[in-house]
Design a protein around this ligand. Structure first.
Ligand SMILES: NC(=O)c1ccc[n+]([C@@H]2O[C@H](COP(=O)([O-])OP(=O)(O)OC[C@H]3O[C@@H](n4cnc5c(N)ncnc54)[C@H](O)[C@@H]3O)[C@@H](O)[C@H]2O)c1
Length: 319
């Protein structure tokens, strides 16, 4: 009996760590597209973690992953070309991994008649940028700026369809921009979220570039993982449900300013450059979440998470 985690990247590695800490068996599926193989090594020290190296788009690799799990306790869909950076991947790769990949996993789940929860890591960016003034799970999709985030709409609707047609138990968690420390920490700017990238740059005495002043939703990686696990625990199978998972609503200039202040406290001079530094929304959007109605409360604050991330990068990559 094991949970399947497809995508052992930044969030997936933290999820695997948590599942192992809870005593569970975990089978990972990862093709090392955006993750350094060495970063996953520490997870492989656990006898309860098995890794299938392969692509979510390869039905044989997906079948092997299910075989390894034997009885599947939960499926977490986190494998994706997750970056909106224009040079992160060819559009064809993003389409293949993000659109076809989840469908192949769902087909395998149907074929094996699994009844476990299937949890998909979607994004708060489905509401568009800037965030509407008030957001809940019924707020319509907004405007998109990249294929990776656009693909979230397709997969959300795919899960809804498979729940209705094949009686799968599908849950979507719309995560805010995620920050904090996980076993897999990226240092390639194309694959880093702005908060972590700002901490990395500050630790290396590089300027922080701010490109937009819009309000956006954020969440600490620990809370993101708690939200995914809470969604897996909902007692409503089979069916389809969506939840927002947000710790704080803030702006990129504010995150940059926090990193600058934390840097100053550590004797760093942090330079912020870019056009977004003066823009500020007049009021911050309000985000409602059905997870909160179910008792979920974020435990980690933005400042706390930025401080630990800056300290991490100072220790491992500072100069
Ligand atoms: N990080 C965030 O701020 C954030 C916010 C909202 C939603 N999400 C979503 O959560 C999920 C995980 O995000 P993350 O930040 O950990 O990103 P990540 O890039 O670190 O993790 C995704 C993993 O999927 C792997 N992958 C890519 N193509 C694959 C393929 N064809 N087969 C198997 N594995 C493949 C990558 O190598 C990577 O390890 C993604 O779907 C992302 O869109 C992330």
């Amino acid at each position: 009996m094991a949970s399947i985690v497809a995508g052992i990247g930044y969030i997936g590695s933290r999820l695997v760590q948590e599942l192992l800490a809870q005593g569970q068996e975990v089978v990972g599926l990862e093709n090392f597209f955006a993750t350094d193989r060495r970063a996953v090594e520490q997870l492989r020290q656990s006898m309860r973690f098995r890794l299938v190296e392969g692509s979510i788009t390869d039905s044989a690799a997906v079948a092997r992953t299910f075989d390894e799990a034997e009885t599947v306790e939960g499926i977490f869909l986190l494998a994706a070309q997750a970056s909106g950076h224009p040079n992160a991947a060819a559009p064809e790769y993003t389409e293949e991994a993000n659109l076809r990949g989840p469908r192949i996993v769902l087909d395998e789940a149907v074929r094996r008649r699994v009844s476990c929860p299937i949890v998909f890591a979607s994004s708060m960016l489905v509401y568009g940028t800037p965030l509407p003034d008030v957001v809940d799970e019924s707020t319509p999709y907004g405007r998109f700026a990249d294929l990776s985030h656009l693909s979230k709409c397709y997969v959300e609707k795919l899960l809804e369809m498979y729940a209705a047609i094949h009686q799968l138990d599908c849950r979507v968690v719309r995560l805010g921009l995620t920050y904090g420390i996980a076993p897999v920490m990226k240092t390639d700017p194309r694959f880093m979220t702005a908060p972590n990238l700002f901490c990395y740059r500050a630790a290396r005495h590089e300027p922080i570039e701010v490109r937009s002043g819009h309000a956006l939703a954020t969440i600490h990686v620990d809370d993101a993982v708690r939200a995914l696990l809470q969604a897996a625990g909902w007692n409503r199978s089979p069916g389809f449900a969506i939840a927002n998972a947000v710790g704080a609503v803030t702006t990129i200039p504010e995150i940059a300013e926090h990193v600058r202040e934390l840097g100053v406290q550590r004797g760093l001079t942090v330079r912020i450059v870019g056009q977004g530094t003066t823009e500020r929304p007049s009021a911050m959007p309000v985000v409602h979440s059905r997870l909160e109605r179910d008792g979920f409360r974020p435990r980690r604050t933005l400042i706390d998470g930025l401080a630990e991330t800056l300290d991490y990068f100072l220790k491992h990559h500072g100069c």
